[in-house]
Design a protein around this ligand. Structure first.
Ligand code: FE2
Ligand code: FE2
Length: 177
């Protein structure tokens, strides 16, 4: 099952920017780590992690959590995944984006949302590259500091613990000399 989901993800990434593989592989790894630690359903969390940004990968940023959740549901049905688990995966994707209309409830939902934010602390160079694409060079440091402060604030305590030292290191790196 996971193999089919991974295959779908890598097919989708073909000819797209390399950042999606780096981001999603990191979210998968951290989701599994947190799920294990917290006793969440590891399979649901992993499937949701592979599929959580499929709409963004296809270039749709607007409500990517809402439409991505729908698309993931359809794909998983085609693959023949368990109906009850499909619903859980869909909820994880719908709630991962800190949209107030869709707050996280289950532990699986909280794990994915935290892993998504936590991944930024494990892919620093990717975030630096993104910063240079998004804002003027003189605004890069502030953009990064904002991004990391928001990501840190979003996470569950267990994820914060994993990010703590990295957050301090990043703040140090971004300090003006
Ligand atoms: Fe997302
Ligand atoms: Fe993401």
């Amino acid at each position: 099952m996971i193999e089919k989901v991974k295959q779908y993800f890598y097919d989708l990434c073909k000819d797209k920017h390399f950042r999606w593989e780096i981001h999603v592989e990191s979210v998968v790894k951290l989701s599994k780590k947190l799920a294990k630690q917290l006793g969440a359903d590891e399979e649901v969390v992993e499937v949701a992690a592979w599929l959580h940004d499929i709409k963004k990968i296809q270039g749709e940023r607007e409500k990517h959590h809402v439409y991505g959740s729908e698309q993931a549901g359809e794909i998983l049905k085609q693959i023949g995944y368990d109906d009850a688990k499909i619903e859980k995966v869909k909820r994880c994707i719908l709630t991962h984006s800190s949209d107030k209309a869709y707050p996280t409830e289950s532990i699986e939902e909280k794990v994915l949302a935290s892993a998504d934010a936590l991944s930024h602390f494990y892919t620093f160079t990717l975030l630096v590259q993104a910063a240079y694409l998004h804002v003027k060079p003189e605004e890069v440091k502030d953009w990064l500091l904002n991004k990391y402060t928001r990501s840190f604030g979003k996470m569950m305590p267990e994820a914060k613990k994993l990010a703590e030292k990295r957050y301090e290191a990043i703040k140090l790196l971004l300090e003006e000399s």
